[in-house]
Design a protein around this ligand. Structure first.
Ligand code: ING
Length: 319
């Protein structure tokens, strides 16, 4: 097969007291199952080594906050994961909190079966808030604890695939996929921690899974690429997070989906011929895109004034 059997290692809850060692042991079990199912590549979740700490209020620099970040990758606690992956001949995507000098990033890496880190990504779309607000049912303080990613959306040639990455909230923004689509990406790996029940209005809480699949299926379909997405889910310290890890084909179909809110491996044969086919017709970007019509997408941050065509050009009689 021209491609790779991809596993998604969904992880259940990680509580605040759970050590990295116990978490890595769970991850190595998932790697073993991935091997048994013929996987050559496995996707782990966002911030996969600890509980989702942006739900609490800290000051930057607090010792307890600093303990959630990794000084080095791999480090003493994660070396067994790298060793197991190398022994099994499996590459993987790993999400973790990165210390980079004075900067703090929500980061993901692509690790090859040899243990070589093929590339890094730092989360660009940081959701939530920088300042706590006690009126909220729960906090989501990623803007407080992470700097905006400074690596763009790179695509790496690795494991025989043009592979890109993103992290959680990135998956809700079409620009994320399109920047990688414009590099010919064939498979996007991503992890997420998506809390629900924080007082969202309307039916947003009930629609959390719908929005999860909607946005990733659209991204895969619009950019003719595979999407392999791993949730960290279940109830962490009383806060529920969605599961629904899934693998989506370049034609937008969900080909594998998790059924639990626990540690669970799903897998699929990701054939890159399908991705390449899907790039030749409907989403042949070079043939069909018209960037001159898209300028506001790059020139504007938020919505601005209406853009009115010339009435004469529109052939309207009151020109
Ligand atoms: N989590 C959430 C996500 O984008 C969120 C934040 C939750 C946004 C619910 C909208 C609705 O999936 C992270 N970590 O980005």
């Amino acid at each position: 097969m021209d491609g790779i059997v991809t596993g998604v290692a969904q992880m259940g809850a990680i509580q605040k007291a759970d050590t990295r060692e116990t978490v890595v042991a769970r991850m190595t079990e998932l790697l073993r199952e991935a091997k048994a199912r013929g996987c050559g590549f496995v996707v782990f979740p966002e911030l996969a080594l600890t509980t989702f700490f942006p739900r609490w209020v800290y000051d930057r620099g607090d010792a307890e906050l600093e303990a959630f970040y990794e000084d080095t990758m791999p480090g003493p606690a994660t070396r067994p994961l790298f060793d197991m992956a190398r022994d099994l001949g499996i590459g993987f995507y790993l999400g973790y909190a990165e210390k980079a000098g004075a900067k703090r990033f929500n980061t993901a890496i692509l690790v090859e079966p040899s243990g070589r880190i093929a590339g890094k990504y730092r989360k660009v779309h940081l959701p939530g808030h920088a300042e706590p607000d006690p009126s909220r049912l729960g906090e989501h303080l990623e803007k407080r604890y992470f700097d905006v990613g400074d690596l763009g959306f790179p695509v790496y040639e690795t494991m025989g695939v043009k592979m890109g990455m993103c992290i959680c909230n990135d998956r809700r923004w079409p620009e994320t996929y399109r920047v990688m689509g414009l590099q010919g990406v064939e498979l996007i790996a991503l992890g997420y921690n998506t809390p629900t029940g924080l007082g969202e209005p309307y039916q947003a809480a009930a629609q959390a899974n719908f929005h999860n699949s909607l946005t990733m299926q659209a991204g895969a379909y619009h950019n003719a690429c595979w999407v392999a997405a791993a949730a960290k889910c279940g109830v962490e310290e009383g806060f529920p997070m969605i599961g629904q890890s899934m693998i989506i084909s370049p034609l937008g179909e969900v080909v594998a989906q998790a059924a639990t809110l626990e540690d669970e491996l799903i897998a699929a044969r990701c054939d890159m011929k399908m991705a390449r086919y899907a790039k030749t017709e409907i989403f042949n970007l070079a043939r069909h895109r018209r960037p001159e019509a898209y300028r506001p997408i790059v020139e504007r941050v938020g919505a601005g004034d209406l853009i009115q065509p010339d009435r004469k050009q529109m052939g309207l009689d009151d020109a």
